[in-house]
Design a binder for this molecule. Sequence first.
Ligand code: C5P
Length: 294
Amino acid sequence: MKWLEIEAYAKVNLGLAVLSRRSDGYHEIDTVLHTISLSDRIRLEGPMRSWSLETTGLEVPSDEGNLALRAGRKLEELEGCPPFRIRLEKRIPVAAGLGGGSSDAAAVLRGAEELFGLEVGRRRLEEIALGLGSDVPFLVRGGAARGRGRGERLSDLPVLEGAWLVLATPRTAVSSAKGYEHARIGLTRSERLIRLSCSAIREGRAGELPPLLHNDLEAGVVSFCPDVAAARAALSEAGARGVVMSGSGPTVLGLARGEEEARGIVSRLKGRDFEINVARPTRGGSRITGRSGA
Ligand code: C5P
């Protein structure tokens, strides 16, 4: 039996414009994505006779309701991968706008390809990933990218090397479907902000990002989850340079310049009822940290 350990990174959306509603139930979006160092830990063991998923940490389903298991089964169906055991240590807040479940799925795809020498290739892996969720192709790749279409039409951006992020996650889970139901659609200003953010990142002017951060889903989510507005206000008051809700929320991220500034913001958030995490940008969506025979 072989094993492989892999860290699956969370993502944030530094900007998200909702352009239109599509006939297939999804929304056409334009978004700036970045993977960050907050991670789940995954261990794959196999081949096995049948599939299994064991989870520790935060509560998540350990059946087909878990995207990590669905990712494994998809590889079996499409690429002849043998069944394996997945052990998932869940640390990324769940249904929080951080792409945790999607990242677990992406890491299972990458990890299993590596463990069983499947040689699927990145393009095909991203295709399989889209069958699991809109964010999964980006999380197979990781780093920084602009995402159009459902979020899967990706163009790479340079990684934001110097940035630090403080994440404030209200204790209310928000499903993507509910977040998108309340979307503000087709605001010209939002598209412009995304364009300007991408230029700033591409041209190494990350210092210009704070006033450009914007998410068309935020106002709608605030309407049924006022804690998002409270998290935004708390991060601003605590000294974050720019503040925006990530994805369909409810996590709100604050940008800091350097570790000291990030830790200062965290200390000023003490006593607030949010889950607080500090994170750095990462270059990939996942990282193999150990394997049998290595
Ligand atoms: O693709 P994923 O399964 O992550 O999407 C979950 C839900 O989020 C979709 O069923 C849809 O309601 C909403 N969504 C959307 N437009 C997108 C991405 C997600 O409306 N671009």
